[in-house]
Design a protein around this ligand. Structure first.
Ligand SMILES: Cc1cc2nc3c(=O)[nH]c(=O)nc-3n(C[C@H](O)[C@H](O)[C@H](O)COP(=O)(O)OP(=O)(O)OC[C@H]3O[C@@H](n4cnc5c(N)ncnc54)[C@H](O)[C@@H]3O)c2cc1C
Length: 348
C-alpha cells in the first residue's frame, strides 16, 4: 500500500520518516514548490519540553521528552544540547517565580551563573532559571536534512501539488484517540491519505483554529549567545534563538487569528524592544527577515492524530510542532500497523 502524506512541513516530513522506517511506501504531496513551507519555516526550533510545560498539560512534557530523544538520535550533529536560559528584568521577578511553579527540570541561577553560561549577558540579569536538559536546532536545516534523507531512500515528493481535504472530511471527523471512523474502509484500498497540511486544514477539521506567530531574524556580530534565551514579561515575552554566523531568530507573537499577512508594526516594535532589553547590542543589529506563521491549534492546544474519511490527519501542532512531531508520527504509524494487522486477520 502506498500512503500519501499531504503537506511537507515538519509534521509531514517526520511522519514520512517514521513510516518509511517501518517499511511503508510513502509519497509526499506538497502545495508549495519546496518542502518546509508553512508555519515550520518560521519556527524557533526550540526543543523545550520543560519550558513548554509552563503553559501546557503534563502530556506535552511527557511526549515532548520522547520527541527530544528522537531528535537527538536522528540528528546528533544538528541538535544543540545547551539548555535554555529563562530570565526576567527585576520588575518582572514575579513572572519568573510563576514560571518556576508551573514546571520542573530547572535550577535557579544567580548573576554569576548567568555570566558563566552566557558571558555577553554578564551584569545584566540577577536571577534566572536554567533548563539544562533542553536543546534547539535550525528548523530549516533540519527539514532539508529530512527531505534529502527521504529522497535518498526513494520517497517520491510531488511538489506544487495542491489537493485539499475532501469536503466529506467535514463530517465524522473526531478529535482524540479512539474517535472517528475506524478502519471503515478508508485507507485500505491503497490510497490512505495522511493530512499534514497544518493551518490549511482549518475549516475541514472541526475545532482547528489558527494562532498567528510573528518573528524576525537579526544579524549582529556584537553579541554571542550559546542557547535560547527567554525573557519573561507580563504582556510581551520574547525568546532569542542563536542560529550561528551572527544570526538570531526572535519570536514570537501569539495572536488568535489565522491571518498570515506581514508582521504588524506594533509586534515589530514590541519584539525589538524586548531584544534591546536582552542586550543593547541588538540595537545595532540588522533586521534581515520578518515573517508570520500560522500555528494550527485545537481547543486545548494539544495536537492529535484524528481519523478522516480519507485516512488520518496530524492536527493542531500549535507551538510544539518540532518537539511533538515524532510522537504524532509514531502514533500514525502505530495506527496504520494496527489497521494492517486487523485487515490480515479479517482475510485470514
Ligand atoms: C513563530 C513561530 C515559532 C515557533 N517556534 C517553535 C519552536 O521553537 N519549537 C516547536 O516545536 N514549534 C515551534 N513552532 C510551532 C511549529 O512551527 C508548528 O507547530 C509546526 O510548524 C506545524 O507544522 P505542520 O507541519 O503541522 O504545519 P506547517 O508547517 O504549516 O506545514 C503544512 C505544509 O502543508 C502544505 N500544504 C498546505 N495545504 C496543502 C495542500 N492542500 N496540499 C499539499 N500541501 C499543502 C504547506 O505548504 C506546508 O508546507 C513555532 C511556530 C511559529 C509560527
Amino acid at each position: 500500500m502506498t500512503l500519501v502524506i499531504r503537506g511537507a512541513g515538519i509534521a509531514g516530513l517526520v511522519t514520512a520518516h517514521e513510516l518509511v522506517n517501518r517499511g511503508f511506501s510513502v509519497e509526499v504531496h506538497e502545495r508549495a514548490g519546496a518542502v518546509g513551507h508553512g508555519a515550520s519555516h518560521f519556527a524557533g526550533g526550540m526543543l523545550a519540553p520543560y519550558c513548554e510545560r509552563e503553559a501546557a498539560p503534563d502530556l506535552v512534557l511527557q511526549i515532548g521528552l520522547r520527541g527530544l530523544d528522537w531528535w537527538r538520535k536522528k540528528m546528533p550533529a544538528d541538535v544543540i544540547s545547551k539548555g535554555t536560559l529563562v530570565l526576567a528584568q527585576p520588575r518582572d521577578m514575579p513572572e519568573l517565580s510563576r514560571f518556576a511553579t508551573r514546571t520542573q527540570g530547572y535550577e535557579w541561577v544567580d548573576a554569576e551563573a548567568i555570566a558563566a553560561l552566557e558571558p555577553d549577558l554578564a551584569g545584566r540579569f540577577h536571577k534566572g532559571l536554567f533548563f539544562a536538559d533542553e536543546a534547539h536546532l535550525d528548523p530549516r536545516r533540519a527539514m532539508r536534512r529530512l527531505y534529502e534523507d527521504l529522497e535518498k531512500r526513494g520517497t517520491v515528493f510531488r511538489l506544487s501539488c495542491d489537493k485539499t481535504m475532501t469536503p466529506s472530511a467535514l463530517h465524522g471527523t473526531g478529535t482524540g484517540a479512539g474517535t472517528g471512523t475506524g478502519d471503515g474502509g478508508h485507507g485500505n484500498a491503497g490510497n490512505c491519505i495522511i493530512d499534514c497540511t497544518g493551518a490549511a486544514a482549518i475549516g475541514a477539521l472541526p475545532g482547528l483554529r489558527g494562532v498567528r506567530g510573528e518573528m524576525l531574524y537579526l544579524h549582529t556580530p556584537d553579541i554571542t549567545l550559546s542557547r535560547p534565551v527567554r525573557l519573561l514579561h507580563p504582556r510581551h515575552p520574547l525568546y532569542v534563538v542563536p542560529r550561528g554566523n551572527d544570526l538570531f531568530m526572535l519570536g514570537a507573537t501569539m495572536i488568535e487569528a489565522a491571518d498570515s499577512g506581514p508582521i504588524a508594526v506594533r509586534s515589530l516594535m514590541e519584539l525589538l524592544n524586548m531584544a534591546f532589553a536582552v542586550h543593547p547590542a541588538f540595537g545595532e543589529a540588522r533586521v534581515t527577515e520578518t515573517g508570520t506563521g500560522i500555528r494550527p491549534a485545537l481547543v486545548d492546544n494539544v495536537p492529535r492524530v484524528v481519523e478522516t474519511p480519507e485516512g488520518l490527519a496530524v492536527a493542531g501542532m500549535y507551538r510544539h510542532g518540532f518537539l511533538l512531531a515524532p510522537a504524532m508520527a509514531q502514533e500514525v504509524a502505530d495506527r496504520l500497523e494496527q489497521r494492517h494487522t486487523n485487515r490480515e486477520r479479517k482475510f485470514a
